[in-house]
Design a protein around this ligand. Structure first.
Ligand SMILES: Cc1cc2nc3c(=O)[nH]c(=O)nc-3n(C[C@H](O)[C@H](O)[C@H](O)COP(=O)(O)O)c2cc1C
Length: 215
C-alpha cells in the first residue's frame, strides 16, 4: 500500500533524542508525568493534552477515541464528556480503562491504566462554566454517540437551546467529568535501533513498584 510518497511499510524513524533510566524516572509516576507534560508544553506540541481513551463494553469489546486531559493531580487524570455517550455507557458497565499519550516530537509515549470514577458535581460545574458559551450550548445540542438523521438536527438543537438559555447556560446533568485513577503507568522513550527505554510503575499495597520492560 502506498500514498503519495513512500510505501507505508517503508516509513520508519530512528529515535535519538533522549534516554530514560531508573534514576531519572524517580519513584512517583505522577511527578514524572507532570515533568514530561511540562516538557511537551515547552516543546510547543500541538494538542499536547490529547490522549487516547480506551474503554471496554459489557461484552469485553474495546473502543478507543481521543479526549482532552483537563485536570491532573495526585488522584488522577480528568477529562470531560457526555455521561450518556457510548464511552459513558461503557464506563458504567466496566470502569477499567486505559489512556495513551504520544508526544512524537519528544519521541515519548505514556500509557496509563486504572479505574474510572466520576468527578464531583462541583468540579464538573466549575469546569463547565469555564467553557465558552458555544461549547456549553454544544453540550446540550449533541446527544453524543446517538444516530441523527442529518447535520440539520444539530444546528436546530443548537439554535433551540441558545434561544432557551440566553446568557445563562447551566450544566446538563448528563455532562461532566471522569477521573482515571491510575494503577499502572508506563513511560516509553524512543531510542536508536529499536532499543527503547520502558519504565513501568505498578501500584501494589498503596506503593508504586518500578520495573523496566524490554522494548
Ligand atoms: C483532538 C480531539 C479532542 C477531543 N476531545 C474530546 C473530549 O474532551 N471529550 C469528548 O467527549 N470527546 C472528545 N473528542 C471526540 C471523541 O474522540 C469522540 O468522537 C466522542 O467523545 C464520542 O466518543 P464515543 O461515541 O466513543 O463516546 C475529541 C476528539 C478529538 C479528535
Amino acid at each position: 500500500m502506498s500514498g503519495q510518497g513512500k510505501h507505508i511499510a517503508d516509513i520508519r524513524s530512528d529515535y535519538r533524542m533522549a534516554a530514560l533510566d531508573e534514576a531519572r524516572a524517580g519513584d512517583d509516576p505522577l511527578a514524572l508525568f507532570m515533568t514530561w507534560f511540562s516538557e511537551a508544553e515547552a516543546a510547543e506540541i500541538t494538542e499536547v493534552n490529547a490522549m487516547v481513551l480506551a474503554t471496554c463494553d459489557s461484552a469485553g469489546k474495546p473502543h478507543a477515541r481521543i479526549v482532552l486531559l483537563k485536570g491532573l493531580d495526585a488522584t488522577g487524570f480528568v477529562f470531560y464528556t457526555n455521561y450518556n455517550s457510548a464511552k459513558g455507557r461503557q464506563i458504567a458497565a466496566n470502569p477499567n480503562a486505559s489512556l495513551v499519550f504520544f508526544w512524537k516530537e519528544l519521541e515519548r509515549q505514556v500509557r496509563i491504566e486504572g479505574i474510572i470514577e466520576k468527578v464531583s458535581d462541583a468540579d464538573s460545574d466549575a469546569y463547565f462554566q469555564s467553557r465558552p458559551a458555544d461549547s456549553r450550548l454544544g453540550a446540550w445540542a449533541s446527544n453524543q454517540s446517538s444516530q441523527i438523521a442529518d447535520r440539520q438536527v444539530l444546528d436546530d438543537n443548537y439554535a433551540k437551546f441558545k434561544e432557551q438559555f440566553g446568557e445563562n447556560i447551566p450544566r446538563p446533568e448528563h455532562w461532566g467529568g471522569y477521573r482515571l485513577v491510575p494503577q499502572h503507568v508506563e513511560f516509553w522513550q524512543g531510542r536508536s535501533n529499536r532499543m527503547h527505554d520502558r519504565i513501568c510503575f505498578q501500584l501494589s499495597d498503596g506503593k508504586w513498584a518500578k520495573s523496566r520492560l524490554a522494548p
